[in-house]
Design a protein around this ligand. Structure first.
Ligand SMILES: [Zn+2]
Length: 128
């Protein structure tokens, strides 16, 4: 459905809208941990949940990432570096007590929003 990538088709906007539509409120493009120079797309500070929407090309989605015909090693290195950074971000935030959710930009925003809602609501259950 999203094969025609128009400029106004923003997967991030769609995800935000879907999450918002479920009554959840969040911060957009924020550092979950101030001292950590990593910005999440959606941030739920109280629940300590950070959501990242990874672009299929730049982050090497297994479904859509295709090797570029020219400068392929350059692009492969870029993507590998991004993936390594993604993994590191997930690990560092996890160590800081955050739950990290990652979605590919090709994923159904409603399904992703449902997952976000599940995790956020679960995190908000009384614990003591
Ligand atoms: Zn993809």
């Amino acid at each position: 459905m999203r094969s025609n990538k128009g400029r106004d088709t923003s997967p991030e906007l769609a995800l935000r809208r879907a999450v918002h539509g479920r009554g959840l409120r969040y911060f957009v493009s924020r550092r979950p941990v101030k001292s950590l120079r990593r910005t999440a797309d959606l941030v739920f500070p109280r629940a300590k949940i950070a959501v990242f929407l990874d672009g299929c090309f730049w982050h090497g989605c297994p479904v859509h990432h295709t090797v570029a015909k020219t400068n392929s090693s350059f692009w492969a290195e870029k993507v590998t570096a991004n993936r390594r950074r993604d993994e590191e971000t997930t690990r560092l935030l996890g160590e800081a007590g955050w739950t990290v959710l990652r979605f590919w930009e090709h994923e159904d925003p409603e399904a992703a929003a449902r997952t976000v809602e599940d995790v956020v609501r679960h995190a908000r259950l009384p614990t003591s």
